[in-house]
Design a protein around this ligand. Sequence first.
Ligand code: ATP
Length: 391
Amino acid sequence: MIERVNNLESRNLELREQLRQVEADKRYIETQKIRFEREVRKLKSESEQLRSPPLIIGNVVDVVDSSRVIVRSSAGPKFLVRSSPSINPDDLKAGARCTLNQQSLAIVELLPSSFDAQVYGMELVDSPQENYTDIGGLSKQINEIREAVELPLKRPELFTRIGIEPPKGVLLYGPPGTGKTLLAKAVAHETNAHFMRVVGSELVQKYIGEGARLVRELFDLAKKKAPTIIFIDEIDAVGASRTEANTSGDREVQRTLMQLLAGMDGFETRGDVKIIGATNRIDILDKALLRPGRFDRIIEIPLPDGEGRLSILKVHTRGLTVDESVDLVEVASMTEGRNGADLRAICMEAGMFAIRNDREAITRSDFLAAIEKVRIDFSRPVSDVEGRMFA
Ligand code: ATP
C-alpha cells in the first residue's frame, strides 16, 4: 500500500515537472510568435515601399486649364498631363519642378524650387554629437582618418609647407554595423564641420533622371556650407564597375557615377570639403573611384576582435547601472562574430531585462539572457535589431 502511495507521489512529481516544462515551452513559443508576427509586419511594409514605383522628375511648361498641364519630363519630351487633385492649382506655374507618375505622367507633387536636402531624404547635421570616445576599438583606423581628413581641415598649412596633397576622399569598407557612419560623424564633430549623409542607392533610385543633378547640387551645397564632410553610404550602388549599360537604370547609375567623379575632380585638395565613402562591397567598386585624387585612402573597418568588443561594450555600458557580477571581459568572449551594432543591442537588451525584473542594476544573468536573445535574432540584417528593439 505504502509503496503504491510512493509510486503515485513520484509519478505526480514527474507530471508536475513535465507540466512546468511544457508551460515554459509554451511561453517561449508565444514570445517567438509575437516576434515573428512583428517581423512579418515589418517586412510587409518594407515590401510595399519597395513596390511603390519611382517618380519621374519634370518641369511645368504651361498650364492649359485648372486640370491640364503641359510638362517636360527630365528625359526630354513634352506631354499634356493631369495633375493630382491634392495640388493647389495656384501653385502650378510654368517652370515649377514636379514629380510625375511613371505610367500616366500625371503630376504627383510639386518640388521646392531650390535644393532641399530633406526632399532627398538626406541627413544634414550642423555638427554631430558623436566623438572619438564613443567609438570602441578601431584606434588604428581613427588615427588614419584623423591624419587624412581631420589634419588637412584643421591645419592645412602643414600640407602647404611640405608641399604634399592631402587625400580628397577616404573610403571606409567592411561589414555592416561596424561603426563606419559613427567614425565619419566623429570626424565631423572634431572638425566642427557640417555632416551630410547620402545613401548611394537612394541617389540612383529615388528620382529617375535626377541622380546626377542631385550629386551636383550636393557638392554645391557642401561648398556653401564648408567645412563639410560628405558621407556617401552604400557607395557601391553608384560606383559599381561600369559594365555594358543596357537598361535605362544602368545608364542612370553611370550618369550619377560620372557626376560624382566630376564633383571630386572639381574639388580643391586643400579645400574644406572632404568626402568619406562607405561600402560593404569594395570588390565591386569601379576602379575609377579609387584613383589618386579621388578616394585615395582606403581604410578597412573589420568586425571587432575580443579587445575591440570589450572596448565597444565599455562605451555602451558607460551610462548604465551595472552590478559587480557583470564581467565585460566574459561578455566580450561570449560575443565572437558580433558587430558593434549587435553589442549595443545586447547592452540595451540587458537593461530591458533588468527593468522587466524590477532590478536596481543590470546583472550577469541579464547579459546572458540578452546575448541569447540577440543570438536568436541573429539571422536578420543588423539594422533590424535596432528597429525591432525600439519598435
Ligand atoms: P552600415 O554599413 O550598415 O551603414 P556602419 O558600419 O555604418 O553600418 P554604424 O551605423 O556606424 O555602422 O553602426 C551602428 C551603431 O552600432 C552605431 O550607431 C553604434 O551605436 C554601434 N557601433 C558600431 N560600431 C561601433 C564601435 N566600434 N564602437 C561603438 N559603437 C559602435
